[in-house]
Design a protein around this ligand. Structure first.
Ligand code: GN1
Ligand code: MG
Length: 345
């Protein structure tokens, strides 16, 4: 079923429905109901179809997201968007083809950014994800279930890369763009042991553009994209934010890193080590580069691409970032230890 049909069957008749955002996994639409629906006039919503190739069991995502939204909303109203139950009071809707859809409130007057525009913004972004982790730390009940087994774990992604590479015809493999990365990857495999999966609840996709900024002071008003909230290592979130925040920024990278770290540490209220803070951006950029490259070698089956070669370019971009973080190592260490000496935690 298409988005309009799903809306009509599951929620309301839509007056408008258009693609939203640039996610690599799910399909996302911005929608408005026709006048006279039970919803407030002018209200807008976000409809999403979950990618079932990536999220094999939508029930896990549905249950995790419901628990996370309820828990965070009770403590910090509005800090995550709410889900609109379907006509039959379900948290989502299964269409005739078995696809899973859900509807969120759209956050008005808020903006997602692709690049850090100021140090104040970097601090606010760090604080938002630090606060997100701290709000989740006492989530009651059984642990959240793993929506994607092995998600963000570098060792598993390296294994998959080896398998895919090993399965290519050797003569063809030599000519495939992507082989040139083999030495680069081999030299950094030890990163896999640097940040092992732990018991922390994390967001799991802490890109800068998963934060919505708004209000007079341009503060973070909402954290979005909750499908991958799970147990992991707290630094995977911090690293993801740092690598996404620094990828397109025109600002001084050490100052941006310092502002992100300062906000994150203050809001998470937990003592962290210099080593983890400094390795995290490199770990996440390398892991993501390996994922993009593997997907390119495997024929683009995971991340959406507009054309052949996009995943290779994405891998290159992440590997360039890895080198950038490596060359900044000493300066980032100094910045992180300066902040930790000051921090009361
Ligand atoms: C994917 O679709 P999007 O952009 O929210 C991916 C993340 C990557 C990100 C890179 C479930 O998220 O892990 O960091 O692309 N999500 C999943 O842009 O694999
Ligand atoms: Mg995401």
């Amino acid at each position: 079923m298409n988005a309009q049909e799903v809306l009509c069957a599951g929620w309301f008749e839509a007056a408008d429905c258009r693609p939203l955002g640039a996610g690599h996994i799910n399909d996302t639409y911005l929608v408005s109901p026709v006048a006279g629906s039970e919803h407030k006039s002018g209200a807008r919503f976000v409809l999403q179809r979950l990618n079932r190739h990536v999220f094999k069991d939508p029930r896990i995502v549905e249950s995790n997201v419901a628990r996370v939204v309820a828990h965070i909303t009770a403590r910090a109203p509005g800090f995550v968007a709410g889900i609109i139950p379907s006509r039959t009071a379900q948290p989502g809707f299964r269409d005739s083809a078995g696809e899973y859809w859900r509807l969120w409130h759209f956050v008005e007057d808020a903006t997602a950014f692709e690049a850090i525009a100021s140090l104040a913004m970097a601090r606010a972004a760090g604080a938002a994800f630090g606060r997100f982790q701290s709000l989740l730390a006492d989530l009651p009940g059984a642990p959240l279930q793993q929506a994607i087994p092995g998600f963000l774990q570098l060792a598993g992604y390296l294994e998959h890369y080896d398998q895919v590479r090993g399965s290519l015809d050797p003569t063809a493999a030599a000519s495939i763009a992507g082989e040139s990365f083999a030495d680069f990857i081999a030299a950094r495999r030890s990163l896999a042991g640097a940040l092992p999966a732990g018991e922390d609840y994390i967001h799991g996709d802490c890109k800068l553009n998963n934060l919505l900024f708004g209000g007079v002071a341009n503060e973070v008003v909402c954290v979005v994209d909750l499908d991958t909230v799970m147990r992991g290592h707290w630094a995977w979130d911090f690293g993801d934010l740092a690598r996404s925040a620094l990828s397109d920024s025109q600002l001084d990278p050490v100052m941006v890193f310092t502002a992100l770290t300062e906000g994150f540490l203050e809001a998470s209220g937990t003592r962290r080590s210099v080593d983890e803070l400094v390795i995290a951006p490199r770990y996440v950029a390398f892991m993501l580069g390996v994922r993009f490259l593997t997907d390119h070698l495997a024929g683009d089956t995971y991340f959406k691409v507009e054309h052949r070669g996009v995943n290779l370019d994405r891998a290159q971009e992440q590997f360039d970032l890895v080198e950038r973080f490596e060359s900044l190592d000493e300066k980032l260490r100094q910045a992180a230890s300066g902040l930790l000496q000051r921090s009361p935690n």
